[in-house]
Design a protein around this ligand. Structure first.
Ligand SMILES: [Zn+2]
Length: 278
């Protein structure tokens, strides 16, 4: 298991890389969003970003704007959006990203088109974007957002037609009205190639630190560990980095056990590591 943190696109990228590097995260999940992390800013800062990442030995996963529609029924609008998708794919590739996350339709009102149309359009656009991304050396992953966007049944349909893996967002899967984390695991455990983890109270997509909502984090980690051992991004949206550190310690302690967690820190902090209190 390796743990990453996501930048806030309303802040400069470089200073956040330093902050995540100082906290010894394994990788940055770079969300390529306006204004400070748009594709054109990332291209312009490419060398500085790569230098900052390598100075902390940080890896990189790319994440595309959640508000880029993947199933717009207006062909011209989708065509323009796909052009922007291509720009973020190119920017991700230029930084060496191998995994890039895009979202199931989350920005259009469900009243705009039937779900059958939404799924058909998603499949069509995913096929062409996947081809484009593969030529750039990037694997696209599709993230579950809320049940309103794509149900389990609709994801099954997408996976039956497009050879693409899933970025499982456990916070989103745990929202009320959805199928729930366990159902996602039952259906898609073999499809999961990346994980987002954050807490909430089930009503809103709060992106809280682990333990701050009503998620049974211990049960979630045990279930996840049974089938998955790769990138986990803590998508904790708080301006205070202590919450991110706390969430990471909690995840590591639950994953490795307290003793192993402390042993793992020995080589990083020879004078002793003080975990966030958990
Ligand atoms: Zn997410």
């Amino acid at each position: 298991m390796i743990i990453g943190a996501m930048n806030n696109p309303h802040k400069e990228i470089i200073e956040q890389i330093h902050s995540f590097g100082e906290m010894n995260f394994d990788y940055l999940e770079l969300t390529l969003e306006y204004p400070h992390a748009s594709s054109w800013v990332v291209q312009k800062q490419k060398k500085r970003i790569l230098d900052a990442l390598s100075s902390y030995n940080l890896g990189l996963v790319a994440h595309f704007p959640w508000y880029f529609s993947i199933s717009h029924p207006y062909e011209g609008i989708q065509k323009a959006t796909n052009k922007e998708f291509e720009e973020v794919i190119k920017a991700a590739a230029s930084l060496g990203a191998k995994k890039a996350v895009l979202h199931a339709e989350a920005s259009l009102s469900p009243s705009l088109q039937s779900n059958v149309n939404m799924v058909a359009n998603t499949i069509k656009n995913l096929k062409s974007l996947k081809k484009y991304a593969e030529a750039e050396g990037v694997n696209l992953l599709i993230e579950n957002t809320s049940n309103r966007a794509c149900t389990i049944k609709e994801f099954k349909k997408i996976f039956s037609e497009v050879d693409i893996k899933m970025a499982l967002d456990i916070g989103h899967a745990s929202l009320r009205g959805g199928a729930g984390f366990e159902e996602y695991v039952r259906e898609f455990s073999k499809k999961v190639a990346h994980v987002h983890l954050h807490d909430n109270f089930g009503f809103n997509d709060d992106h809280l630190p682990l333990g701050a909502g009503k998620m049974d984090v211990e049960a979630v980690v045990a279930k996840l560990k049974a089938f998955y051992d790769s990138t986990i991004t803590l998508e904790v949206h708080s301006p205070d980095p202590h919450y991110l550190k706390y969430s990471r310690d909690m995840l590591e302690i639950l994953w490795y056990g307290k003793k192993k967690f402390e042993d793992n820190k020995d080589y990083l902090y020879p004078d002793g590591y003080k975990p966030a209190k958990y």
